[in-house]
Design a protein around this ligand. Sequence first.
Ligand code: CMC
Length: 393
Amino acid sequence: SGLITIDPGFKNTGSTKSAITFLDGEEGILRYRGYRIEDLAEKSTFLEVSYLLIYGELPTQSEFEKFSRDVTTHTLVHEDIKKILDGFPSNAHPMGVLSSMICSLTAFYPDSLDPNRSAEEVNLSIVRLLAKMPTFAAWAYKNEMGHPANYPDNSLDYCSNFLKMMFALPAENYEVDPVVAKALDQLLILHADHEQNCSTSTVRIVGSSQASLFASISAGINALWGPLHGGANQSVIEMLEAIKADGGDSKKYLAKAKDKNDPFRLMGFGHRVYKNFDPRAKIIKKAADDVLEKLGLENDPILAIAKELEEAALNDSYFVERKLYPNVDFYSGIIYRALGIPTDMFTVMFALGRLPGWIAQWKEMRENNEPIGRPRQVYTGANERDYVSMNKR
Ligand code: CMC
């Protein structure tokens, strides 16, 4: 065991070489395939960014039209998957429902289990995933609400179709608000990839055993679910709402976060890699102001508490010394909330955004023929012992 280095949480261990996402934590730089996140968030669309991440280049007009058409063609899901959905109690967390439905695709497309499929066949699975994920996400929400599920509307763009499946009710006319669709599209771009984070590493390590793409992505969704990862966006809003209900005293919660005897952490603060600022948080903070103003919600008390809390933390030596800054999740929940997305769907929204990144990383790992992921350990248990029969213990 002298040869084995232990690195809990892999803080200093690289697991792979990757050509997808560049991240400089000191400088606060994030680029997908070389393109600045700031440019992509402002100028691109989520589907275009998905293409970029997965295939390595921005698409030409005709490549993009074909890709959009392919994705649109596959938005419908097998009716039997609805039976699986119907079996979930309405209080099931939508993340569990989503990962189950994604994994169920292995049953509906058993050819996806063959690790030796051609690139075209793999590509069909990729397109299916991108197409069906919004349908599953919206249906998980409908199940929770006890509302009838809506079928996809293929005349709409990716985000508008998702919003319509989420919010349209049979008795009402639903028109997608372009401000809401645009804001959602931008949030998904900002979440689309983030190199070897917990869920992405999960996708790669599950895929490294040559498990199917669907099974690997389902595992990634489960890894994302935890409050220290994607679940943080839900925890942030719950925290802000608790502060509001408690009289709006953000200083009290700051003190709790600093107290080492209190497990409470300031949710949406801190990052394993970013030590100066999270470039996504910068964009999202501005977007939160813009979107809430456009929707007439600029006086949202939760937004005010978030800003007060951020200001207080950034001037507090505990947070300054530990280089803790707001991360992508600090303001994203405020926007999702303003768009009408319920709190327990926030992490599902993160999964929707992260999907192309997971796919790109899975594809890269397989194309590079990476070996099975299998970390080592240092054993610290008992030395060899003789078996003691039960009547003598
Ligand atoms: N509130 C209070 N103290 C904190 C926080 C926080 N949010 N984050 C880190 N610290 C302290 C921590 O207690 C430790 O202090 P000390 O050195 O005195 O023991 C120090 O800062 C270093 O923290 P760490 O836990 O060793 O750092 P890490 O790299 O293992 O964890 C993190 C990174 C993101 C899990 C952590 O900062 C955290 O728990 N943040 C809150 C949850 C959150 O917002 N997660 C979303 C991350 S970004 C999106 C995503 O990945 O999904």
